[in-house]
Design a protein around this ligand. Sequence first.
Ligand code: CUA
Length: 155
Amino acid sequence: MKIHRAEEIWLIIGVAIIVLSMVITGYQAFAQGFAPPSGMEPIDPQKVDETEPFDNPGVFEVGENEYEVVMTLQAFSFTPNEIEIPAGATVHFTMTSKDVIHGIQIPGTNMNAMVMPGHVQKITETFDEPGEYLVICNEYCGTGHQLMSTTITVK
Ligand code: CUA
């Protein structure tokens, strides 16, 4: 069977593009360490309660108009449960799971992430509009999954 010359050229270009993108993504992932942020910092999921900073979950003022929320997720709750922060503040969430894979989603914001046991998940978010923000778990985590929620009050 004879392949048409133009078809052969386009076939080579197509394969070359695929190989090139695999090389670029592979280089970024392995050589430059571009990976999901949740995978960067490991933690022993059995010892979350004894591991800093999760031995003391809560809301901490870390700078001018800057807060850190240290949070653990477990079936079927968020700790701390009620969070209050000023409007417009920069909020750094530092999170991990004590058991299974959970999710954190705050409708109306960009916040939507998986929180996995064995990994520390870090997200920075700013809440400009005052109000009550609903925080929900969006990864099925067991029989109480639909009850797993809390609120963030922005004043
Ligand atoms: Cu936690 Cu669903």
